[in-house]
Design a protein around this ligand. Structure first.
Ligand code: SF4
Ligand code: SF4
Length: 303
């Protein structure tokens, strides 16, 4: 079986597909949306994350790093990730960190590599509990990046009678989707037209929506995050309605912008360009929902 890279598991979710579900977050994404709330998932191999507020400034990381990544200048901890070889020595030597516990330490790598069968064995006890009221949702990142390993995992789920949902921005070519078709019970497709889109990504997404809708439009829900200045611009809603009507898709989920992701950008040494952007209020979200509802669509706000 193939190796698979993931960076998180939510063991209980009622907003990520039909019913109550385990959500598996796979690493790797071909897009770089400025509002992404998990930039640490962009690559299948995570960059070194550094959460400054958990650092004791003790210097033990610099003592063991063979590549000179950690430097202390005027009491400040500087990190040159370009030199990092992912050996993990600094994490092991850090009194504020622990291997495989990146979300609670000062240093860490967001991600694990395992074999598909081993990952399924880890998920199975909880999936058995939820089997009759939900199933497994695979999100990311974008899970289509690892389509071969994903297909293996979905086939196991199918054989075990576990309902599957895949959440994707669907901008990779169709070879990443075709093999999955019989094994995916529901698709959550990100459709969020914005000025940040590349024309070729938009074109591929529309082709993929057609492919999925030809297979079964009732297996698709469109997901649209409301990102101020990006996706809540004039023409966006009309374009989404047009695509949904053309493909016989009836369900759309609207998600307000999540403003709490800046710490991940800081941990990666990246600038967060949406800093200070407020989340849309209840009135705006209800107004958007009503636009879709009045076009005959089944619209839901997901908070
Ligand atoms: S993972 Fe290894 S190379 Fe990278 S910063 Fe830590 S000790 Fe240095
Ligand atoms: S070893 Fe850990 S706590 Fe100490 S300076 Fe390095 S990151 Fe901070």
């Amino acid at each position: 079986m193939s190796k698979i890279h993931y960076f998180d598991i939510a063991w209980f979710s009622s907003v990520d597909g039909p019913g109550t579900r385990v959500v598996l977050f796979l690493s790797g994404c071909n897009l770089r949306c400025p509002w992404c709330h998990s930039p640490h998932s962009w690559k299948t191999t995570s960059p070194l994350l550094f959460f400054e507020s958990r650092c004791r400034n003790c210097g033990k990381c610099a003592e063991v790093c063979p590549a000179g990544v950690h430097k202390f200048l005027n009491g400040l901890h500087h990190i040159d990730r370009s030199q990092c070889n992912h050996c993990g020595a600094c994490i092991e030597n850090c009194p504020s960190s622990a291997m495989n516990k990146w979300s609670t330490g000062a240093l860490g790598f967001a991600g694990k590599e395992t074999e598909v069968g081993e990952l399924f064995a880890l998920l199975k006890p909880q999936l058995d509990l939820l089997k009759h009221i939900g199933g497994l949702t695979v999100s990311g990142g974008d899970p289509l990046i690892q389509s071969k390993a994903l297909a293996e995992l979905l086939k196991i789920c199918s054989a075990e009678g576990i309902h599957t949902t895949v959440e994707t921005s669907a901008t990779l070519n169709q070879s990443h989707i075709e093999e999955l078709l019989p094994y995916v019970g529901h698709w959550l497709i990100g459709l969020r037209p914005s000025p940040a889109d590349k024309a070729e990504d938009r074109k591929q997404l529309l082709k993929n929506i057609e492919l999925l809708a030809d297979y079964d439009p009732d297996r698709i829900s469109i997901r649209m995050p409301v990102i101020p200045g990006y996706t809540n611009t004039s023409g966006t809603y009309e374009m989404i309605v047009e695509v949904m009507h053309a493909n016989g898709i009836k369900s759309i989920e609207i998600l307000p912008y999540n403003p709490y992701s800046e710490s991940y950008y800081n941990a990666m040494g990246l600038e967060y360009t949406l800093k200070g952007t407020p989340s849309p209020g209840e009135e705006e979200m209800t107004g958007i929902k009503n636009i879709f509802a009045s076009a005959g669509l089944n619209a839901t706000i997901i908070n």
